[in-house]
Design a protein around this ligand. Sequence first.
Ligand code: PLP
Length: 410
Amino acid sequence: MRCPDEPVVPSTSRRSFMKYASMFAAAPVLGEAHFANAARMAAGGGKAGAFSLGPTATPEDAVLINANENPLGPCKAACEAISAMAPHGGRYDLYGYEEQLTKTFAGQHGLKPENVMVYAGSSEPLHYTVLAYTGPKKGLVIADPTYEAAGYAAMASGAGVFKVKLADDYSHDMKAMVAADPNAGVIYICNPNNPTGTITAKKDIVWALENKPKGSILLVDEAYIHLSDGEDVIDQVAAGKDIIVLRTFSKVYGMAGIRCGMALGRPDLLKKLMRYGMNPMVVTGAVAAEVSLRDADLVPTRKKIIGDVRVDTISWLKQNNYKVIGDSQSNCFMVDTGRPGKGVIAAMQAKNVYIGRTWPIWPNAVRISVGSKEEMAKFKVAFKQVMDAPAAPVVAENEMPMTRDGVVLG
Ligand SMILES: Cc1ncc(COP(=O)(O)O)c(C=O)c1O
């Protein structure tokens, strides 16, 4: 996520500093699908850094554990709601489905409807928050490693990006993050973190909220919170603090391709996001999300299914002396392969098992998403074969280089 010609200031003991040279023009909203595809195409010998969604076709029997998706898909009630809504898709929002979803979510979480803004996924509000609250004089503080989207958005706002290494227990080092940039605009916290799946304690996030630089906001991304025992921070929104919380229906609710996400915050904070995009909500996504929220068993049932598969896979890895990084409570985790991770990704891909990407700070580590039991059984076989063989050569970079005008080099 670094421009080819940008200056990089050497890291200090706990943090590294990365500053983009100047203002950048608009950059596209990039998300997990783009990052995963770029890595996949690069590992397959394709052009590095292509961000378009095509060509995306993978062999039918491919094991897809590269994009933190949910193999369970939308729940039954959501599928029925989508089918019932399809014939009405000629209208934008005939009976106020988005409003109904907003009310249901707000009611369940002790918020007012004006604290909730619905989007077709959480990528848009993530991007817009960074655009709205960072700039050449207002930096973005992120953990390292973490989900890349905020860093990419900062290319468009021209903000300096301050990367702070995760703490020894792989939580966000909130003290170092708060101290990283006295002029910070946004401190981004992904909880549980993508890619490590590790948790940051609520008390540490609340401490950061009380001690952050004046004028900054916390952006807490709770995309994976349902899969963990971590505590959410929605009560801080209700308390009117300087915080925006992101939620998505792409993970536990299995609706990545259906699309629904939310930004939660004080109305005055959310208002600033509007100037960057106001796309009408997809009606199928709105009704599917609403019925999913009404299913009280969905989250605990799926948390257990995904958690059991994660625990089984990680136990197998540890029994076989592979090094798993941190204690994931999510649908992904990192494995230190002890060799260039990009070579491992390519070798796995040659066996039709698509695993996740590497992060520059840990070039030997690869992210594994938790798939179905059957998928993880195939993963185990392929991973052992790959690791038993000599290290494969790295065929291409899998990061997504960008030009200054926000266009990814193809
Ligand atoms: C941490 C995090 N935030 C946000 C998103 C964006 O998801 P979506 O736009 O599908 O809601 C993802 C996707 O993987 C993610 O990992």
